[in-house]
Design a protein around this ligand. Structure first.
Ligand code: AMP
Ligand code: MG
Length: 514
């Protein structure tokens, strides 16, 4: 691997704490602190994403040193590995300094076409930001993140990526149910890749410290490196910066709604400035359509981060970012307008996305009503979100509607629900007849926008169980399925969640323990 190509522009440009002291503490005035990898004695590489490694310019594993790098046993001597400081609003409350509690950054690599990628380990040991935790990650949550971030990428959704996953050979103590019964689990370490891991929380922290100089520097750094659409010479560049983040965030939310992804912990420290899906924890795809669904047990009381609330919460998070960037923009009216534009943007893009899922050539007057009827009917009938659209693609003029959709519901339908469902499908057929494109073109649009394979939580649950038993068949099948999500290669994975997983901990409900 081209480990010697890894550079450290962030470390070289910002003030940091170079003491190397891993003791947990506040680091005011610093954007990062250097820290060594914990190092593992008996690590074992489980998955390596060779294709991604080539793409980013790291290349293949050639020797023991490369393996040690992926396994977080050791980093090249030339690198000062570091953890960054950020803050955040968690579940609506200011949480102060958080930071990379178990992420350690190696640096950045630039591929032959000039694209930048940051490389970081997750679970490689404690940092000054570990806040009484151990800086480790467990196999269970690491497999979930590895597979899901790759699944999102292949669905075409902006996300951080997974380069490798290793067992650390250590056991890690976790209280999965938060009920005072901790148990040992296998420890794991991942290598993650993103153009940048910068979060809203990075800006919130510096702003809360009234450090306008570094706030400006970090905004300039972000604009220069990650926002080619902004003119760095423009006097309006910071407003444009915020506007672009809001736009990317709106687009990301639309994409999450397209495939039925629920993040579960949309705190501002888990919001990427670049509009990427980041920090996979208690996430889930929707099985049955439910706007109030949250997979995160910590979120159950308020359902703050429920499926149907994600766009609203993204906007709330953007308010916090707007506050943080205020010293650079100094224009309340402008910021308020951009925040209001977020809703407008979101809904416009959302309706265009829904139109594509239904195979409409464009959004017509009255379609917003059609889409809200759709939400109501799916919610009432507990229909599987993904299977609904798969069946819709196969619908013919003379299809028996009841028979055609019979396998997509999670409950027995009442006469009323059956009637409203059939009615909705008939309205759909009428609406479809207003298309200005051929049926074949319409179907092609549907096929590009409706996944046939989603990485359902129960599949992940089974996969983790198998790996813990030393088996890898399901893992390999899932990797192949998630790389081709718009094809139905594995019909056995394109079925409803089996009833045995209803309410199952670790499948239907998940804790943040990872
Ligand atoms: P999360 O809810 O996973 O986004 O994490 C919130 C904060 O807790 C971040 O600063 C994480 O780095 C930190 N954190 C979570 N788990 C651990 C862990 N096992 N060790 C150290 N820090 C952690
Ligand atoms: Mg996080």
């Amino acid at each position: 691997m081209n480990l010697s190509q890894i550079s450290q522009p962030f470390l070289n440009q910002f003030p940091g704490d170079f003491s190397g002291n891993p003791m947990q503490r506040q680091t005011p005035g610093f954007l990062f602190a250097t820290v060594d990898l914990a190092g593992f004695k008996n690590p074992e590489l489980l998955i390596f994403n060779e294709k991604l490694s080539q793409e980013i310019g790291l290349g293949s594993i050639e020797n023991e040193r490369d393996l040690q790098f992926l396994n977080a046993s050791s980093a090249p001597d030339s690198l000062k590995t570091y953890a960054t400081a950020y803050a955040g609003h968690q579940f609506g409350n200011w949480a102060g300094q958080l930071g990379d509690g178990r992420a350690i950054i190696a640096g950045e690599i630039i591929n032959p076409v000039g694209k930048k990628h940051e490389i970081q380990w997750k679970g490689a040991g404690a940092t000054p930001y570990s806040r009484h935790a151990d800086g480790r990650a467990v196999l269970r949550s690491s497999i979930r993140e590895y597979l899901m971030s790759e699944a999102m990428h292949h669905l075409g959704i902006p996300t951080t990526r997974a380069l490798s996953l290793s067992l650390t050979g250590e056991n890690v103590l976790r209280d999965v149910m938060y009920d005072g019964n901790p148990d040992y689990e296998k420890g794991a370490v991942m290598v993650r890749i993103a153009e940048s891991f910068l979060r809203f929380g990075h800006f919130e922290l510096i702003s809360a410290q009234n450090d306008v100089e570094n706030l400006r520097k970090l905004a300039d750094f972000s604009i220069k490196n990650y926002f080619p659409e902004i003119n760095p010479e423009s006097p309006e560049k910071y407003a444009a910066f915020f506007e672009n983040i809001a736009l990317r965030t709106a687009e990301l939310m639309v994409e999450w709604y397209r495939v039925g992804f629920v993040h579960g912990v949309m705190n501002t420290d888990n919001m990427s400035v670049l509009g990427l899906t980041i920090d996979y924890g208690p996430f889930s795809f929707l099985d049955e359509y439910d706007l109030s669904f949250t997979p995160n047990t910590t979120d159950l009381p308020g359902r703050r981060y429920a499926f149907g609330s994600q766009a609203k919460m993204a906007q709330w998070n953007l308010w916090q970012l707007a506050n943080a960037l205020f010293p650079l923009i100094n224009d309340e009216k402008k910021l308020e307008k951009m925040l209001n534009d977020f809703s407008e943007n979101f809904w416009k893009k959302h309706d265009e996305m829904m139109a594509r899922k239904f195979g409409f050539s464009e959004v017509l007057d009255g379609d917003d009503r059609f889409f809200s009827d759709f939400q109501q009917v799916l919610q009432d009938t507990k229909a599987d979100y993904t299977l609904f659209f798969s069946q819709l693609e196969k619908l013919q003029q003379d299809t028996d509607i009841q028979e055609h959709f019979k396998d997509i519901f999670y409950s027995r339908l009442s006469e009323n629900h059956l009637f409203s469902f059939e009615n909705f499908i008939k309205n759909y057929q009428i609406r479809l007849s207003k298309n200005t494109i051929s049926r074949a073109e319409s179907l092609a649009i549907m096929k590009r926008n409706n996944p046939k394979f989603i990485l359902r939580n129960y599949l992940l649950f089974e996969c983790i169980k198998e790996i813990n038993e030393g088996k890898r068949a399901l893992l390999n099948q899932l990797i192949s399925a998630l790389e081709n999500p718009y094809e139905e290669r594995y019909p056995e994975f394109s079925r409803k969640r089996p009833p045995i997983y209803d309410g199952q901990t670790g499948s239907s409900t998940l804790s943040c323990s990872s």
